[in-house]
Design a protein around this ligand. Structure first.
Ligand code: KG4
Ligand code: ZN
Length: 345
């Protein structure tokens, strides 16, 4: 069983071939970051046009690098949402064309489920039966959630951000500091030279009843932090940017690690922690999570860096891990797809 994965939800055009049970044969990613950087963020029209141009060569490269021909593809898995609608349409159109031409199933996949299961793409990742129930910290440019994974397909959202995502907070914060897009890696680089305790920022850990209602017991909130940064930068032009970046990063990552620690203390039966999504590349966050998991005596599972940011291997992985090509009926999906109680915007 060879699954061709296609991903085009934001500013990466990606295709991959993953074979059963879960062997990545190829993973091709064409990034548009350079094109968007000049505009300080992702421009939807530019993204859609770039996807249109890149899809065909990226798809052909994924099949060729896998050492296969088109006839070897048994199913096509494609990101259905969430993401930029015009960009998603490009990937969906290509996926539909390939599946019809080859006469193979078309499997729509939720982008966040791709990130959730990306952990299993690591060559030395243990099987789901061994690691679950797993606590997954999902941190991307658009989402922040703490999820209990009982098995692939069986998720329970324990907490989520009630406003900005962690990656969004870093991207917007970087902009306020005059740093280029994407902001996460820029802040990480600058923070290495700064003093983490230079600026006392608000913690990003809301505990009101209303926050709990909207974001669960382990809710996050980063928009107040971003506002605090805006005021601080305006009022203290003399503070070195590296200090501000270090303090800001420490606050965002501290909130994430704190909630993981609270969940480990309260949620029964958790065997380990995984961190997935673009922000999972951050070394400061990885170190924080290592400390927390060591304290609780559970394993921290990391994802190879190339599978943290958007890629198509994770999209194909969803089809394989959930055995979707063999499902009687492909589930009806929409960008607001409901995943066993996991409603992701
Ligand atoms: O998962 P991803 O590629 O796309 C989404 O689904 O959103 O995540 C992109 C996010 C951006 O916000 C980016 O700033 C952040 O991941 N990011 C990082 C790092 N590398 C990427 N954040 C912190 N540290 C990094 N090294
Ligand atoms: Zn993503």
């Amino acid at each position: 069983m060879n699954v061709l994965g296609i991903e085009s939800s934001c500013d990466e055009t990606a295709a991959a071939v993953v074979s059963a049970p879960l062997r990545v044969r190829s993973s091709v990613v064409a990034s548009q970051i350079d094109a968007h950087r000049a505009h300080g963020g992702v421009v939807p029209e530019l993204a859609a046009r770039s996807h249109l141009e890149a899809l065909q060569p990226v798809l052909s490269a994924a099949v060729a690098e896998a050492g296969l021909v088109w006839a070897d593809i048994d199913a096509v898995a494609v990101t259905q949402g969430p993401g930029l609608s015009s960009s998603l349409l490009m990937g969906m159109g290509a996926a539909r064309a390939v599946s019809q031409r080859l006469g193979v199933p078309l499997i729509p996949v939720h982008h966040m489920e791709g990130h959730l299961l990306s952990f299993f793409l690591s060559p030395d990742a243990p099987s789901p039966e061994v690691v679950c129930p797993l606590l997954v910290l999902l941190v991307t440019g658009g989402h922040t959630a703490l999820i209990r994974m009982n098995a692939p397909g069986d998720y329970q959202v324990l907490g989520r951000s009630i406003d900005d995502a962690a990656g969004e907070a870093l991207d917007k914060g970087a902009r306020l500091l005059g740093l280029p897009y994407p902001g996460g890696p820029e802040i990480e680089r600058l923070a290495l030279e700064g003093d983490s305790w230079a600026v006392p920022f608000p913690k990003g850990l809301p505990d009101s009843d209303s926050a709990r209602q909207r974001g669960g017991d382990y809710a996050f909130s980063f928009s107040g932090l971003k506002t605090a940064l805006r005021y601080y930068v305006a009022g203290h032009p003399e503070t070195p940017k590296a200090d501000v970046a270090a303090a800001y990063q420490t606050t965002v990552m501290g909130a994430l690690s704190t909630r993981v620690g609270q969940a480990l203390a309260n949620e029964p039966g958790i065997k380990g922690v995984a961190c997935v999504g673009g922000v999972a590349k951050n070394e400061f966050l990885r170190a924080g999570l290592k400390a927390v998991t060591t304290r609780f005596g559970v394993k921290l599972h990391t994802v190879p860096l190339k599978y943290c940011t958007d890629n198509a291997a994770m999209i194909a992985a969803v089809a394989l891990l959930r055995d979707l090509p063999h499902a009687d009926a492909v589930p009806a999906v929409s960008p607001n797809l409901q995943l066993n109680g996991l409603q992701l915007r």
